[in-house]
Design a binder for this molecule. Structure first.
Ligand SMILES: [Zn+2]
Length: 285
């Protein structure tokens, strides 16, 4: 589907009050857009496994953003690398890191292809606040931020400040978030189609997102619970991880969630998982 077709379909459903088929505004009409928000290439994936099994292993990954369009609003789930990297000739090679980041196209530009400005995003949420998931957070300070209470506390902690993480999302420091407390799922639109589930361990308030589409079934976006294909197959825990036992327990609970919801599991940075979703701007629906 072209951007033009997507735009005209959007304008039609937004302006007509009665649809001939009567199903234009069905609450089940959820659209999931997988957006390329950066690429990473590493000469050493050692930090992805604390058992040493990925030491010296080279790899390439995708850094995705997800837009969920629901009749009741737009939710952006993870905001990828910072759009600033798109302006850096040759991308970003952080000093002392085996990683090289590139951003072929800005997130703001891609949202523009759907006729959306950052201010049009109603809800903002992240699997967690690491820089490759919250890179463009500062563009979306006008959205309602849905964040786990433990993740929120960690995001503005002294530790996060010392690590230099806060600038990636500093515009959110003075917004009033919707804090997600307890162990239950959070139902974003109140109809069970889009739910945020607790999966702590990688960070104190790491979460995963379950999206139920009308025609294509359920999709589970798993953040850095399973960043690589090996992460799920072998239950690998990264070296940069907040609580190992919690991470392993979250893997068990998210496997159960995937089974009970019959969901297609997306491992966050795995190229073939991203490629299995429709190519932007075509949504999964
Ligand atoms: Zn992470």
């Amino acid at each position: 589907m072209s951007a033009c077709l997507a735009l005209s379909a959007c304008a039609t459903s937004g302006t007509s009050t009665v649809d001939a088929r009567g199903d234009a505004a069905a609450p089940s009409s959820v659209k999931l857009y997988a957006i390329d928000c950066g690429h990473v290439e590493s000469s050493d994936s050692g930090s992805m496994a604390d058992d040493g099994s990925m030491d010296g292993v080279a790899g390439k990954g995708i850094i995705p953003c997800y837009l969920i369009r629901h009749p009741k609003g737009e939710l952006l789930w993870d905001t990828g690398l910072s759009d600033a990297i798109a302006d850096m000739p040759g991308g970003l090679r952080p000093q002392g890191s085996p990683m090289h980041f590139e951003m072929p196209k800005k997130l703001a530009t891609q949202l523009g292809e759907l006729g959306l400005a950052p201010a049009d995003i109603d809800y903002l949420s992240f699997s967690h606040m690491h820089f490759d998931h919250a890179g463009n957070a500062n563009l979306f300070a006008s959205a309602k931020w849905l964040v786990d209470a433990d993740e929120y506390a960690q995001a503005f902690s002294e530790t996060a400040r010392q690590r230099g993480e806060v600038p990636h999302y500093s515009a959110l420091e003075h917004v009033k978030p919707v804090l997600l407390e307890g162990d239950g799922a959070y139902d974003v639109f109140g109809d069970g189609t889009v739910t945020i589930h607790q999966a702590p361990g990688h960070t104190p308030g790491h979460t995963v997102l379950l999206v139920k589409t009308a025609k294509s079934g359920a999709v589970l976006l798993t953040g850095d619970l399973w960043p690589l294909r090996e992460s799920r197959e072998r239950q690998l825990v990264p070296t940069y991880n907040s609580n190992r036992a919690q991470t392993i327990d979250s893997m068990r609970r998210v496997e159960a969630l995937a089974k009970e919801s019959n969901a297609h599991v997306i491992r966050q940075h795995v190229l073939e998982d991203f490629a299995a979703l429709p190519a932007f701007p075509t949504p999964l629906e």
